[in-house]
Design a protein. Structure first.
Length: 339
């Protein structure tokens, strides 16, 4: 008999039972809050041309000559401040979401649907998850990146990772790639409910900040719609809350480097509000579906300190949707549309 030259390919496609693979993805996390793990994670993250749009050679020299020699140690200390007994909060919540969505959709009783999670950077890797789907006979992929507002460095980068993996396969399955849900009614309702629950406990703040992850301004100038989607989310949320223009403000956090990023900046806004006499703020970050370093350390700790030191008195961070019932209902609803 002639041996197949195509090693690793399942040649029994005609014997398979049709299956659907649902993959929930997020940005990623280091394997441990240690410099070595951070260096590995940051190298992968900051080497993505979707994340850093600087000429490749110039950026390689900056990344390897400066950033990866300095930043891992600093970042490790920040991760240590949020790390839990179960591991990275981001990964912990993603695992809980997978379990609850599977239960919500009764997937334990459905052998034809496989649900998994993956990270764009670090582990569990997208390529590994897709390969597991392939080995299980999945012939239809539903990819749901948990980024409500589409952005090139997040959603598009996830698409890149998916296509880079399956482009090497001989047989390509059907793919439904969900590029965002910034105006989904259940998403808006979930945000509104979380704000209302907070106000019921802590009272109405002088100002509600809706702080989204930042992005270099030239991304917007070159056509990335993320900034517009963020403002659309804000308008839908505040309209449902019945807030007036002076009750809220949309800001952007987590900037990096010296280039101009989307404004106004969250940290500077908090400082200015406190100096202007604002005593009570509440802050929510709609772009983050799950709490992570940028919310638990940057918003909960760093920005609180900025506001209080500038004269503010009450500062409250409203947690991400995480594995809340509202969030599970939203994710399940999106998935059901494609099952």
């Amino acid at each position: 008999m002639l041996k197949s030259r195509y090693k690793g390919q399942d040649k029994s496609v005609h014997k398979r039972t049709a299956k659907i693979g649902v993959l929930l993805t997020n940005l990623g996390t280091p394997d441990a809050p240690e410099p070595v793990a951070l260096k590995r994670y940051l190298r992968e993250f900051l080497s993505d041309p979707r994340v850093v749009e600087i000429p490749k050679l110039v950026w390689w020299l900056i990344l390897h000559g400066i950033i990866l020699r300095v930043r891992p140690k600093k970042s490790a200390k920040l991760y240590q401040s949020i790390w839990t007994d179960e591991g990275s909060p981001l990964l912990v919540f993603m695992r809980r979401i997978r379990e609850k969505v599977a239960k919500k959709l009764s997937l334990e009783q459905q052998s034809e649907v496989v649900l998994d999670i993956a990270m764009r950077y670090g582990s569990p890797a997208i390529s590994d998850a897709l390969t597991r789907f392939q080995k299980q006979g999945v012939d239809k992929f539903i990819i749901l990146p948990l980024y409500p507002q589409y952005g090139g460095p997040t959603t598009a980068s996830t698409f890149d990772a998916v296509t880079q993996t399956i482009s090497k396969w001989r047989w390509i399955p059907s793919i439904h790639f969900i590029s965002g849900y910034h105006n989904h009614p259940l998403y808006i309702n979930a945000l509104v409910n979380s704000v209302q629950a907070h106000i019921a406990t802590h009272g109405k703040p002088d100002k509600l900040l809706l702080s989204y992850h930042g992005m270099p301004k030239h991304f917007l100038d070159n056509g990335d719609p993320y900034y517009c989607f963020c403002h659309q989310t804000t308008q839908l949320v505040v309209a449902q809350l019945g807030l007036h223009e002076n009750d809220f403000i949309t800001t952007f956090q987590s900037r990096f480097g010296k280039a101009e990023w989307l404004t106004p900046y969250t940290d500077q806004t908090l400082e200015e509000l406190a100096k202007q006499g604002c005593k009570h703020v509440a802050i929510i970050s709609p772009a983050f579906s799950v709490d992570c370093l940028e919310t638990l350390e940057e918003l909960e700790e760093e920005n609180r300190e900025i506001f209080i030191e500038a004269g503010g008195e009450q500062y409250h961070y409203i947690p991400a949707l995480n594995d809340s019932e509202d969030h599970i209902s939203l994710i399940s609803n999106i998935i059901e549309q494609y099952l």
